[in-house]
Design a protein around this ligand. Structure first.
Ligand code: ATP
Ligand code: MG
Length: 432
């Protein structure tokens, strides 16, 4: 069926653009796709320069068409790179909605009998439907991705909350125990110390009576009585007791006073309102924590304190920070096997208040160093460590806008430095 007219008609009616230009970019053919969209008949554009007709794409079209004439090869341009070469409209099949047409362009070389490129044939395919479908799909994929990220964030938050809950349960039960013990000790230590005070009074009086009786006997000048008194007083070590008894009672009173202080700090520690922000002194916090942790490692650890004087109070949740110090101190004590030192240093550096807790314990293996802040990471025997201490401490420090640094050498020891910014109340409020 070699009917050129028929073929030409077919070419004119094709549902895609076809336009032929010569080497000077002059239009020699232009099908209905172009006429319909531009409102220009073929006869109106015949011989005109394609580049002048589409000046805003002239540079691009010129480069593409030239490459076809020179390289004698097809040239392509897909919608992903250049969606709208010709500013045509396209209507959607069902809704009829008009949008700018997405196009794929292919430029084909048309050869003469000497295999020279005579014309370049520009074909345009309307791919608006595919492009919008693709765009919608990728938008949906982006949304899905976003949702995934949001879900991951929520799961992480849930994990954090879970570990916080476990830790606060742990702290609450320690707190309850501490409060219970404190309560039980409170009343006996109360009457022990008030009885001791009475005893001190009674003892002083008894000594006076004894001394007076001795004086009276001496006054009578009766040698038998004097000898009997002397022997009796000697046998019962009256002189020694008279000097000692007051000291013994004073020491006991001191001891009872110390017990009272410990009970007080236990009560403070189990204080329910742990989340309140206030201006507090870090050194005081550390000291009250030490009263609780001390008993854990008193016999094997020597504490060395170095507190910078006159550090101003810090706006913080001191009960929460005490939990951090407690965990760091317990970890330090637990890292020391037979005997060693814990150095506690509190100092300021620019706008930071820093607390360094350094031990001469067994240290942390380099492989573990990156894991110690992970929830549930513990190298302690099952049942003795939850692995939550440091992860919670980290959370508490972050809530304060601070940071925690760790340096460790196996066999030598570990240092944790808690860095807390001195911020105003409003700056802290912004953080939380
Ligand atoms: N000062 C330290 N010296 C050596 N290792 C330490 C020190 N501090 C922490 N670690 C290591 O980090 C791990 C995690 O500490 P973390 O306080 O989070 O949990 P834990 O002490 O094991 O358990 P928990 O605090 O519940 O008792 C510890 O098991 C230990 O291996
Ligand atoms: Mg711990």
């Amino acid at each position: 069926m070699h009917n050129p007219q028929l073929l030409e008609n077919l070419l004119r009616k094709l549902p895609m653009g076809a336009c032929m230009v010569d080497v000077e970019f002059r239009i020699v053919f232009w099908n209905d796709f172009f006429s319909d969209r531009l409102g220009l008949e073929e006869k109106d554009v015949m011989g005109q320069s394609l580049l002048e007709l589409f000046p805003e794409q002239a540079r691009f079209l010129k480069k593409k068409i030239n490459s076809v004439f020179i390289l004698k090869n097809e040239s392509f341009s897909y919608w992903e790179q250049r969606p709208h070469i010709f500013q045509f409209q396209s209507s959607r099949p069902i809704t009829g909605e008009e949008t700018l047409m997405f196009q794929n362009m292919e430029i084909l070389p048309l050869m003469d009998e000497n295999k020279e490129v005579q014309y370049a044939c520009i074909t345009i395919q309307d791919v608006t439907a595919q492009a919008s479908y693709y765009n919608e799909l990728s938008k949906a994929a982006d949304e899905l991705d976003q949702e995934h990220k949001e879900q991951a964030r929520l799961i992480q938050k849930l994990e954090d909350t879970k570990s916080q809950l476990i830790q606060s349960e742990k702290m609450a039960s320690i707190g309850q125990l501490a409060a219970g013990v404190a309560h039980e000790i409170n009343s006996p230590i109360g009457f022990v110390s008030s009885n001791l005070q009475c005893l001190q009074d009674y003892a002083e009086k008894l000594i006076k009576v004894g001394a007076f009786a001795a004086k009276l006997i001496d006054k009578t000048g009766d040698t038998t009585f004097a000898k009997l008194k002397h022997d009796f007083y000697e046998r019962n070590e009256f002189d020694y007791i008279k000097d000692e008894v007051v000291d013994v009672i004073n020491e006991s009173l001191d001891g009872a006073e110390r017990v009272k202080v410990i009970v007080k700090s236990l009560k403070e520690f189990s204080h329910a309102d742990t989340k309140s922000w206030a201006h507090s002194n870090l050194v005081e916090g550390i000291e009250s924590t030490l009263k609780i942790t001390n008993s854990e490692f008193k016999c094997k650890v020597e504490l060395v304190k170095d507190y910078e004087p006159n550090i101003p109070p810090l706006f913080c949740m001191v009960m929460q920070l005490n939990q951090v110090f407690m965990n760091l101190l317990l970890n330090a004590g637990q890292a020391i096997d037979d005997s060693g030192h814990i150095y506690i240093k509190v100092y300021t550096e620019g706008k930071w208040q820093k607390v360094s807790i350094r031990d001469t314990g067994h240290g942390i293996a380099p492989d573990n160093l990156s894991k110690i802040f992970d929830p549930f990471f513990s190298t302690k025997p099952v049942g003795s460590g939850t692995g939550l201490g440091l992860s919670l401490s980290y959370g508490i420090i972050k809530n304060h806008g601070g940071d925690i640094e760790v340096k460790s050498e196996v066999g030598k020891g570990t240092e944790f430095i808690v860095c807390l910014p001195q911020r105003s109340e409003s700056e802290i409020a912004e953080l939380n």
